[in-house]
Ligand binder design. Structure first.
Ligand SMILES: Nc1ncnc2c1ncn2[C@@H]1O[C@H](COP(=O)(O)OP(=O)(O)OP(=O)(O)O)[C@@H](O)[C@H]1O
Ligand SMILES: [Mg+2]
Length: 477
């Protein structure tokens, strides 16, 4: 295990015998005994070598992908599961093994991973795929040329033999091939041309290509299913190679929006990743903690508490790891040498606050205003906040701020969006013969909402003059 930080610390404390070098600001911080062995191992980007409680999903994936190593086309797969259930980590793990095995046995099999949250349009996906395979082809061609050239220069003959003549011709053909590949610019070409460039690049060699489309639901939401239609039909345009697609989604209903042909082609196989329970999260954290923390720094009950909190959310391993890492960071920052359950509680609070801040920060102004109205009513301790009450106060406040007043219907929709984002909880209640309404409560601590809405400079213009909620009460109620 890498213990460089500790060695550095020791080195620096030895040097510290000469106090005139600096004011000692960093030396003091560095001399604190570190809590982490390697914090990076708790980050999302790290794929561990073992993934407890995902054996069956990993086995199923491998048993489908093994076809690629036999030169056959693996079935397309759709992988579903809520956030943090190990979908991306398991797929990365399996494809890493697949690539290693194919390299070992020299079987032509390529894996391309695309995060559709980042690469999110038909053009960009086709371009990224085309450029990847152009790069791979160039690399392959250069390797072939260099092999042939080495064999020619090592030859003892002064005059080319027939064989060598053929090798020279092969080199010249490869050089022509090299010239025939032009990279696709990130904008500007007709999409059909990008697609045919991709087909040509992939089909340059006999191979099986596995394309992973992570967050595929976000792609469909943003750009429709056109690109999936192209990719799922691509094999009919290929002669030498074969393409297999793996889509990963945390929305189980996203296929409802797909063309039925695309749906049946992509979903030849389906793998579900269920949420983890507290025991499973405990095992996952235990494994990670052993390598990420110094021995003996975690107080009893810390891992159990992180697992419990994350299981209560929805069995999210990312949340559990975040809690453990943040608890460690908080302990480290306060100079402690042990991570106690108090730090886990503080971490839970911090993560929740960060989430709320992030969600509120990205809300459109009108949604912020609706949320502000709900906050005012909550502060006033209105026992049953209904949509009608929110709307009445919202309207008055909007007029006060000279803001456009949206319709009742639209405000109801914004409340539903806030509910989906986990900021408020809106349940439908019957009001007998007066119909139905929504009863609204904040589903995050009031102080968090207040902090982001009122103390954030960007919101100052929006809520100018309304900062002191108690004054609004006096004037409005
Ligand atoms: N069984 C497991 N063992 C060890 N670590 C795990 C396991 N499952 C998930 N993790 C870790 O939890 C974090 C989240 O996992 P991952 O990114 O695979 O979730 P996901 O299902 O893809 O979620 P999302 O839908 O939000 O993308 C990662 O850091 C991953 O390494
Ligand atoms: Mg993922």
């Amino acid at each position: 295990m890498d213990d460089t930080p500790k060695n550095n610390t020791q080195y620096i404390s030895n040097q510290n015998s000469n106090p005139s070098i600096t004011g000692g600001l960093f030396e003091n911080l560095l001399s604190v005994e570190p809590i982490f062995n390697n914090k990076e191992l708790l980050r999302h980007s790290f794929t561990p070598d073992t993934l407890p409680h995902r054996d069956s999903q990993i086995q199923t994936l491998a048993s489908i992908l093994v076809a690629a190593l036999r030169g056959d086309t693996p079935s397309n797969i759709l992988i579903y599961g809520k956030t943090g259930t190990g979908k991306t980590a398991s797929v990365n793990f399996v494809t890493r093994e697949l690539e290693q095995t194919s390299t070992h046995y020299d079987i032509p099999c390529d894996v391309k991973f695309i995060n559709c949250e980042v690469v999110d349009t038909k053009y960009r996906i086709l371009a990224e795929l085309a450029n990847t395979f152009i790069d791979k082809n160039i690399e392959y061609i250069l390797k072939q040329i260099s092999k042939l050239e080495v064999s020619l220069t090592n030859s003892p003959n002064t005059f080319p033999t027939n064989d060598q003549q053929l090798q020279l011709e092969e080199i010249s053909k490869l050089k022509d091939d090299l010239k025939s590949f032009t990279k696709v610019p990130m904008t500007g070409w007709p999409t059909d041309t990008v697609y045919s460039t991709l087909v040509k690049a992939v089909d340059y060699r006999e191979r099986v290509v596995v394309i992973i489309l992570d967050e595929i639901d976000k792609l469909v939401e943003k750009s429709g299913d056109d690109i999936l239609y192209n990719l799922s039909r691509m094999n009919s345009d290929l002669d030498r190679s074969r393409v297999s697609i793996k889509g990963i989604s945390n929305d189980l209903t996203f296929t409802d929006y797909l063309d039925p042909r695309v749906k049946s082609s992509l979903g030849e196989e389906e793998i579900i990743f269920p949420p983890y329970d507290a025991h499973q999260l405990n095992d996952i954290l235990q494994n990670r903690a052993t390598i990420a923390f110094k021995e003996g720094v975690l107080a009893p009950g810390v891992i159990r508490m992180c697992s419990g909190f994350a299981a209560r959310e929805h069995g999210d391993a990312r949340r559990a790891l975040d809690l453990l890492r943040t608890a460690g960071e908080l302990a480290e920052r306060s100079g402690g040498s042990e991570v106690t359950t108090d730090y886990v509680e503080a971490a839970q609070e911090k993560i929740e606050l960060d989430r709320v801040i992030e969600v509120i920060r990205t809300l459109p102004d009108q949604s912020k205003f609706v949320l502000f109205t709900i906050l005012v009513l909550t502060t006033k301790d209105v026992s049953h906040i209904t949509t009608g009450e929110v709307y009445n106060l919202y309207r008055q406040l909007c007029k006060n701020q000279e803001l456009d007043v949206l319709t009742h219907r639209r405000v109801t929709d914004l409340i539903s969006e806030l509910d989906m984002l986990g900021i408020v909880n809106a349940i439908v209640v019957s009001k007998g013969r007066y119909g139905r309404t929504k009863q609204i409560t904040l589903s995050v601590p009031q102080a968090h909402v207040e902090k982001e809405l009122l103390s954030n400079q960007r919101n100052q213009r929006l809520f100018a003059g309304l900062e002191d909620i108690s004054i609004i009460f006096q004037s409005q109620f």
